[in-house]
Design a protein around this ligand. Structure first.
Ligand SMILES: C[S@@+](CC[C@H](N)C(=O)[O-])C[C@H]1O[C@@H](n2cnc3c(N)ncnc32)[C@H](O)[C@@H]1O
Length: 330
């Protein structure tokens, strides 16, 4: 069975790896911003955590443009049809599509009637959401299985009870959490948690957030924010992240946005990052997702601390600052 994901165009690379790492998938095809994966796994509930995917689909069939109508007319729609249906067209090409939703729907209607089904069209929230996606070289006939309606914007830093000017965008924070691949109920540690932006998204995604910060005021803010979003079972601790002692049991996943003061000297930042990475080696078991300013030569630091970079992304924040997102394994 194939599943498809309509990715946000803001950062296709990040959106793509959010899906691949969350579902632990290596094999994929990408057509513009449509990611297609071959999976026999039950991915049902996990995908509802995704930040940068707009919609998910089950692919009924894919075809070239020339064979589309023949396939639509002969496909066994009876198997996919439930109670009522509608057809939507999504055009990922920059060309005009010569088919209309109505034409495609009438072919499906006739096909269903021939198979002794009395079809019903329902445009608003139908049981069978058929979507015909036109990619540059192929057409994908799909059933929509999920639409992302999560209101990440309502959790932006300035809308939380306790503010922090450098808190990450909630959608990005969720994506970072997802890129650990952590399953529901796993622990996520943010050793530089600030006002809790990453912890909130981890908690809402069904994970157990643990936050540390050197500053008690920040921890108090994080607590207020986490309570505001009704996150249960979180833990917060005053702790210097560069001195975390090796726990009896290592933490599976770390997600963190390293401190970056514009006025802090680069030499001092390198020193903090280096000491943190030394500790990361001792505390993380599976994967760490670390955000840091791209002006620092972090590759050297990661290598000297005997950690391995799995993947890196660049994330543009504003004219004077881009950040690097680095996926690290121990
Ligand atoms: C970039 S902010 C984190 C922002 C956070 N993601 C949020 O959503 O608010 C960095 C945080 O690191 C903390 N910090 C700086 N040095 C630290 C250290 N050595 N150990 C632990 N926390 C530290 C600061 O107090 C600050 O709250």
């Amino acid at each position: 069975m194939k599943d498809a994901f309509l990715l946000s165009k803001r950062n296709i690379e990040l959106s793509k790896y959010e899906v691949l790492y969350l579902l632990n998938i290596d094999d994929y095809k990408i057509n513009n911003n449509l990611l297609v994966i071959d999976t026999n796994k039950n991915i049902g509930n996990q995908i509802k955590r995704l930040a940068y995917t707009k919609k998910a689909y089950c692919v009924l069939f894919e075809t070239n443009y020339a064979d589309l109508m023949k396939k639509i007319k002969t496909y066994a729609w009876k198997k996919a049809y439930k109670s009522n249906f509608r057809v939507r067209i999504t055009n990922l090409t920059n060309k005009k599509i010569k088919h209309s939703e109505k034409d495609l729907a009438s072919c499906i209607w006739i096909n269903l009637e021939k198979n002794k089904i009395k079809p019903k069209v329902k445009l608003d929230n139908p049981k069978t959401k058929i979507e015909v996606i036109f990619a540059p070289k192929k057409v994908f006939c799909c059933i929509e299985t999920w639409e992302n309606k999560e209101k990440f914007e309502l959790r932006k830093a300035h809308l939380r009870p306790e503010l922090h000017p450098t808190s990450l965008d909630p959608r990005l924070a969720r994506c970072l959490v997802n890129m650990t691949g952590a399953k529901k109920g796993s622990i996520i540690l943010d050793p530089f948690c600030g006002s809790g932006g990453i912890l909130i998204e981890a908690g809402l995604a069904g994970l157990k957030p643990i936050g540390c910060d050197i500053d008690q005021i920040m921890l108090n803010r994080a607590g207020i924010n986490l309570d505001y979003y009704r996150i249960r079972g979180y833990k917060l601790k005053k702790q210097d992240a560069t001195e975390i002692k090796q726990a009896k049991q290592k933490t599976d996943y770390v997600v963190t946005d390293l401190p970056y003061g514009k006025n802090t000297k680069q030499k001092d930042l390198v020193d903090i990052y280096d000491r943190f990475l030394k500790n990361l080696k001792k505390i993380v078991k599976k994967r760490a997702v670390v955000v840091l300013p791209d002006i620092i030569d972090y590759k050297r630091l990661i290598k000297t601390n005997k950690l391995t970079i799995m993947k890196e992304f660049s994330y543009y924040l504003h004219k004077s600052l881009s950040k690097s997102i680095v996926i690290i394994k121990n």
